[in-house]
Design a protein around this ligand. Structure first.
Ligand SMILES: C[S@@+](CC[C@H](N)C(=O)[O-])C[C@H]1O[C@@H](n2cnc3c(N)ncnc32)[C@H](O)[C@@H]1O
Length: 514
């Protein structure tokens, strides 16, 4: 607890980069979220440190895996406690945190908090958080009858805007089902080092494509229906390209984009979120405010970041803005991943790796993932060429519980064993071993990896059938190569570099010889 308290020092005044570093360090400790909540509630923590702590929690909650962790700890009773702390600044940040977690369960807690709150600058945050109570009818009913309480003009304006925004967020939107593309191209972004995975998938799928210069690492397609592309797994995003606009006239650009949006969806009104990319952080807020002012003039378009039908992506360069529209709700390619852990591999990266490895795969193989995590590698392996049996091992019980949940509807034999792989009693040989191994500061240390890699590679030959393959994904490249050198029955066939989240791990293809 003391070390984490130290890491929270001055948190609110740090630069974004420094905050990120502190978060990484905090998250490298065991049970960081539990400790942060303990700090927040402890009688011994000074007020200023509680402020740092709640702000750090808000930032951490924006990371999807930690959002889930926080959500599991932040019961309504705990939400009630933090939103009643005797410091308005903490209550304001607590409202933000509860809003990020976005659960119906907080509805009554927040309604009570709004009713008893007597500090004007806290009210708008509590009301906005009510808007994020997952379409709660109770929250909506309360807000429709609510009369603003602020007596000062500045706060009254903020309170009224918050009420409007919250009511809009709580009102369900009509789901987009049909997209009339006409002649607009879709740009598909791919994993930088695995571009052939997407093109080969498109060839199999019979979809004509062009290499696109519209955005880096992308192909463009013109399918009959936008939904057609979601049969492909090896792309990150499917962005409908609206056009390129000069930097000067945002008004004209928004008008033209909305005309296109109307022709794409033909609805009466639209809710959307805006994402600005490659814009200097210092200009971002100003540009967003300008855009929101322009959008305010349109009755049928509303910016609603938490409850939207489409996303408008604006990519800035020195002399132009490229505009794209996407409908993320139509993308259900990886819906099996109900549970993940922070170290989970991006499923698009996993699918792209499987495509690249397909020539090595055997039909009806028996496959082991010795560091299975929540099972993404096994799932994507089976997806590309069905297996006979899948077995996953992981040292963490709670992680395996998640993997089992993800595999609930999978209809081939799969089993999961809680064990340190170095002690696992598997007593069988596999056609293939495929794994995203522990690497990276957040997951393990280099010293731990050294022991683990040495132990695992010395076991590998007894786990693989003669002629079988291991496909090991790691950024501990030198370590893996050096331990492999001592194994004469394991031959390194190839190494494929993969770009993922700013790192360049490799997938090592290893064959078990006689
Ligand atoms: C990089 S993660 C795998 C993530 C997985 N591909 C996914 O998408 O969720 C590595 C996993 O190895 C597990 N692990 C670490 N040391 C282990 C050991 N000695 N034996 C078995 N599993 C271990 C960790 O618990 C973690 O879940």
């Amino acid at each position: 607890m003391d070390i984490i308290l130290k890491l929270l020092d001055e948190y609110t005044v740090l630069s974004p980069q420094e905050k990120k570093q502190r978060q990484e360090l905090i998250l490298s400790y065991k049970n960081p979220v539990g400790i942060l909540f303990d700090i927040l509630q402890s009688k011994d923590t000074e007020k200023q440190h509680k402020r740092y702590c709640i702000n750090a929690l808000c930032d951490i909650a924006l990371k999807p895996a930690y959002k889930k962790k926080i959500s599991r700890i932040l019961y309504p009773s705990l939400a009630e406690k933090i939103i009643s702390i005797d410091d308005p600044k903490i209550r304001k940040a607590a409202a933000k945190l509860i809003g990020i977690i976005n659960k119906k369960d907080y509805s009554q807690t927040l309604i009570d908090a709004v009713e008893r709150e007597d500090t004007m600058y806290v009210l708008d945050s509590l009301i906005l958080a009510l808007g994020y109570t997952d379409y709660s009818k109770r929250s909506l009913g309360f807000l429709k009858n609510y009369k603003p309480k602020s007596t000062e003009k500045k706060h009254l304006e903020k309170e009224k805007t918050a009420i409007q925004k919250a009511i809009s967020s709580l009102t369900p939107v009509e789901k987009i089902e049909n997209v009339l593309l006409k002649d607009l191209p879709i740009v598909l972004t791919y994993c930088a080092e695995l571009k052939d995975s997407l093109s080969s998938e498109m060839d199999d799928y019979g979809l004509a494509y062009k290499h696109s210069k519209i955005i880096k690492n992308s192909l463009s397609v013109k399918p009959n229906d936008y939904r057609d592309v979601f049969g492909l797994r090896c792309f990150f995003e499917a962005l409908i390209y609206i056009g390129e606009f000069p930097l000067g006239d945002l008004n004209d650009m928004i008008k033209k984009i909305f005309v296109k949006a109307e022709s794409l969806f033909s609805l009466e009104s639209y809710k959307f979120r805006i994402d600005l990319q490659y814009l200097d952080p210092k200009d971002k807020k100003e540009t967003m405010d300008k855009l929101l002012n322009i959008i305010d003039e349109f009755d049928n378009f509303e910016s609603s970041p938490s409850n939207y039908q489409f996303e408008l992506r604006l990519i800035f360069s020195d002399n132009s803005i490229k505009a794209f529209i996407s409908v993320p709700s139509l993308d259900d390619r990886f819906s099996y991943r109900k549970e993940t852990i922070p170290a989970s591999i991006n499923p698009v990266v996993a699918a792209s790796i499987m495509r690249a490895l397909k020539p090595y795969f055997k039909a009806d193989a028996k496959v082991l993932d010795p560091f299975v995590g929540t099972g993404t590698m096994l799932f994507e392996r089976d997806y590309i060429l069905p297996c006979e049996e899948l077995i996953g091992v992981d040292v963490k019980k709670e992680t395996l519980y998640k993997a089992k949940k993800n595999f609930l509807n999978k209809d081939i034999p799969s089993s999961f064993l809680v064990s340190d792989i170095l002690e696992a009693d598997l007593n069988q040989e596999f056609d293939e071993i495929i794994s995203n191994m522990p690497f990276g500061r957040r997951v393990s240390t280099h010293n731990d990896n050294t022991k683990l890699y040495q132990g695992f590679i010395s076991q590998l030959k007894s786990l693989l059938k003669v002629g079988g393959f291991a496909f090991l994904y790691t950024n501990e490249k030198q370590l893996l190569k050096s331990v492999l050198r001592g194994e004469d029955k394991l031959i390194l066939i190839d190494e494929i570099v993969v770009e993922s989240g700013g790192l360049y791990p490799s997938i090592f293809i290893i064959k078990r010889e006689k």
